[in-house]
Structure formats: structure tokens, C-alpha cells
Design a binder for this molecule. Sequence first.
Ligand code: SF4
Length: 179
Amino acid sequence: MGRTSDVRGAGLPDITGVMISYYFVCHTKLWLFAHNITLEREFDAVRQGKEIHENSYRREKKEIELPGMKLDFVRKGDVMEIHEVKKSKKMTQADRYQLLYYLYRLRGMGIEATGVLNYPLLKDTLEIIPEGGDFTEIAEIEEDIRRIIAGPYIEPRYRKICRKCAYFEFCFGGDEDEG
Ligand code: SF4
């Protein structure tokens, strides 16, 4: 994970699409990830995602890395189309903003693009076309993330999603009765 060198974010990581996604999932998760606290189950989930990607889109070029972005694959046409592969639709809002963030970063580099969320296990796709105000909102979210990760550790608050979270043991010591 790259580190910023500006004074405002000294020692803190660059904002990435994954952080945008975690912003919508859980701020504790966002804080832990931003501070390089990653757990084995997280890597399992990433590996699973990679397997789905590789098995479903064999013909596509794999993962393109740009600052703050890991694009699953790209299709060129009149307008560039960037694709993100997801296992399920459980986190659609987080996934949508992650992809919007990539489109926002690409626009900042002078590249216009549209996005597609791919759900190979569901045989479905969702097109993401930025609408008026989306990028302003993304810029505000980016600022809010900087504020959150520069602040102190955020105490976990138990919710249903915690049971499937890689940080469950870290947050609750494996106590299945929380909440
Ligand atoms: S276990 Fe729950 S509180 Fe802890 S990081 Fe995961 S989602 Fe957030």
C-alpha cells in the first residue's frame, strides 16, 4: 500500500477503491485496513474472489494496477469500460461507490470511462455510469476517509455482517454471542 507524503496525510496510506468500499461497510474495518492490520481470513476472501475472476473471465487481461485502483479487467471501445468482478450482490452500494471511485480517479488522469459490476456466479451485470453530483460526492467521501483514518481507532459496533467479517476475532475476540 503506497504512503502519502503530503503533510495532511503524513504516514497514512493513499486512498484506494477498497477503502471507499469499506467506508460503506464499516468504519472500524476501514480504519484497521488503512493501518495495515489485515488478517488471514481477509486473504482467503481475496483468493476466493481471484479464483472466481480467473475461472470466469479467462480471455480477459488480468488486473491492471493504477494509483488507488486494481481494475479486474478493461474493455476498450468508443469509451473505455472498466470491470469489477464480485461474488454476490450483498454489498451493492459499497461496490458501486468503489467503481465510481475508479471512474473518478481515471477522470482525474484525463480518461473518460464507464464501469460494469460483474456477478459471474449470478450470471448478471450492473452498468455504472456516473451521474451529476456523483464525483462531488466521491470527493467528499475521500475527505471524510482521510479524517477517519487520521483519527483514533474506532471501537467496533456489533452488527449482523460482523460474523462474516475477517476482523471478527480482532473486534470481538471470537465471541459469537456479541450483540
Ligand atoms: S467485525 Fe464488525 S465491527 Fe469489526 S471490522 Fe468487521 S464489520 Fe466492523
